[in-house]
Design a binder for this molecule. Structure first.
Ligand code: DGP
Length: 143
């Protein structure tokens, strides 16, 4: 059964400016901002402006635009955070681990020997998120 897109999901509200976020990048296709429950320092979400629930219903052109932005953000996250690697997560439907039903990619910087924190775990404070966002924004400005 196909579940309809719900325009009242939290990322739709962030895209409409109804809820604040710590933005690192925006263009015509995506908004990228800090995850409030980071699995590692510098964890960014890349959210397309198209209305799709997940990988299974997004239009191919919107997906193409999205993945190009994911690459751009991943490069900036790695550089800005001084990371050794990047892990991408993209969850679909509750059984697939998804909790916000507007398609998004998680861009998570990684360091050797450092395990990820829990998915949907503790909230980070605003000052910490801003300090990480500043590093990523600086890397994007240099790109
Ligand atoms: P998932 O749908 O399972 O890919 O997880 C959604 C992620 O979104 C999760 O890592 C926590 C994060 N998140 C949830 N609500 C908010 C919010 O209001 N603002 C921000 N910046 N992140 C959120």
């Amino acid at each position: 059964m196909t579940v309809a897109y719900d325009p009242n999901n939290i990322f739709a509200k962030i895209l409409r400016g109804e809820i604040p976020c710590e933005k690192v990048y925006e263009d015509d296709a995506v908004l990228a901002f800090m995850d409030v429950m980071p699995r590692a320092d510098g964890h960014v979400l890349v959210v397309p402006k198209t209305t799709a629930r997940g990988l299974l219903d997004i239009a191919p052109e919107a997906l193409s635009a999205l993945i190009l932005r994911v690459q751009k953000i991943a490069r900036a996250v790695k550089k800005g955070m001084g990371a050794q690697g990047i892990t991408l997560h993209q969850f679909n439907e509750p059984a697939g681990g998804q909790s916000v039903f507007h398609i998004h990619f998680h861009v998570i910087p990684r360091w050797e020997g450092e395990a990820l924190r829990a998915h949907g775990g503790g909230m980070a404070d605003g000052a910490t998120l801003k300090s990480h966002a500043d590093k990523i924004r600086a890397a994007l400005a240099e790109a």
